[in-house]
Write a protein that binds this ligand. Structure first.
Ligand SMILES: [Zn+2]
Ligand SMILES: [Zn+2]
Length: 360
């Protein structure tokens, strides 16, 4: 093993692994990983489940290659403490709290890596938890350039979702706000989809002082939207005139709408929530292409922008802002042995906020 030796590490650990052959999940015993010179060995404290983890089990039309080869550990959002650092690691030492992004085998330096490492010009990027071992295991190896410090007084038990849902929501919010020059207290932003990601987007918007409308098909998610700071919350299934109501509340429609759903119809109706020259922030990723009226987009000058979970400098800002404003994700904790129950709950859509495994 490279790096500084440390204490008595176990050689084996348990992991929730996906087997591409039969699309099953099992708790397997696997080795504690070795680290390369540019890696940190982390003791995982908490790892959380992201909706995109379900992509492993679905046929995907996005052309993504997921889970080729043998079983690998699921999970791409987690946090923990440094156990050991490789010889080339800079800025991290044993015992520190940290979180990180999941893209590995990218260069971190090309133009593409400054927007999203998955698009690295080298073309070798992989996602931990999607094609190679992720974080539903007690110890994991991560690239130091993916990592950011977590302030000592932040509670690691609830931080894991910041490292996918949180930074995605934070980036979507800050990218949206960069398009909105007006006074926040009279500027309306809709958040379409108020689950794990959306409830965080609402908390960030609230901290910036914006007026917020939450939209979701689940009454639980709408309750979460309200408790996270939404001024109003609507269910398109039961509030049939919600577009009209939004127009009345906001004057002429929202100044911006952040869509975090994976639903093409939800995207199409999001445009109806916007006023002229409004901003549609594309964050959630449906499997099929989005469909809009070109006439509507052209004549109303709707601005369509995209945002994603991004890079470590942006992640650092998300962690700092969350710390300063005391924003923590709502997480329900499970044990590793309850992994399949957690997965089923995610598939049912009946959960609130985020769900994750808390390790000892
Ligand atoms: Zn994710
Ligand atoms: Zn690159």
């Amino acid at each position: 093993m490279n790096g500084k030796a440390n204490g008595h590490l176990p050689t084996k650990q348990r992991a929730a692994q996906f087997d591409p052959k039969d699309k099953s999940v099992r708790i397997n015993e696997i080795p504690v990983p070795d680290i390369k010179p540019d890696e940190i060995l982390v003791k995982v404290r908490a790892a959380s489940l992201c909706h995109s983890d379900l992509m492993l089990f679905e046929p995907n039309e996005a052309g993504l290659t997921l889970g080729e080869g043998g079983p690998f550990t699921m999970g791409h959002e987690a946090c923990g403490t440094v156990i050991k650092v490789g010889a080339d690691v800079k800025g991290f030492k044993e015992g520190e709290k940290l979180g990180w992004l999941p893209i590995v085998d990218c260069c971190f330096d090309c133009e593409e890596c400054q927007i999203h490492n998955l698009y690295c010009e080298r073309g070798e990027s992989k996602v931990q938890g999607m094609t190679v071992d992720g974080y539903f295991q007690e110890y994991c190896a991560i690239k130091w350039r993916n990592a950011v410090h977590i302030p000592e007084d932040m509670d690691l038990d609830v931080c894991a979702p910041l490292f996918c849902a949180g930074c995605t929501a934070f980036n979507a919010v800050t990218d949206t706000l960069s398009e909105l020059p007006g006074d926040p207290s009279s500027t309306w932003v809709a958040v379409v989809g108020c689950g794990g990601l959306g409830h965080l987007a609402i908390k960030y918007l609230k901290a910036y002082g914006y007026r917020i409308i939450g939209i979701d098909l689940s009454p639980d998610a709408l309750a979460e939207a309200k408790s996270s700071g939404a001024d109003h919350a609507f269910n398109p299934k039961t509030d049939s005139d919600y577009i009209q109501q939004v127009r009345e509340i906001t004057g002429k429609g929202c100044h911006a709408a952040i869509n975090v759903t994976n639903s093409v119809p939800a995207y199409s109706s999001t445009v109806d929530l916007l006023r002229m020259n409004g901003v549609l922030m594309v964050t959630g990723i449906p499997q099929k292409p989005l469909s809009f009226s070109a006439m509507d987009l052209s004549m109303t000058r709707i601005r369509v922008r995209g945002s994603n979970n991004g890079t470590t400098p942006r992640l650092e800002k998300c962690v700092q802002f969350s710390h300063e404003h005391n924003i923590t994700p709502h997480v329900t904790q499970f044990k590793l042995d309850e992994f399949e129950d957690m997965l089923k709950l995610m598939e049912s859509g009946k959960h609130k906020g985020r769900m994750g495994v808390l390790f000892d």
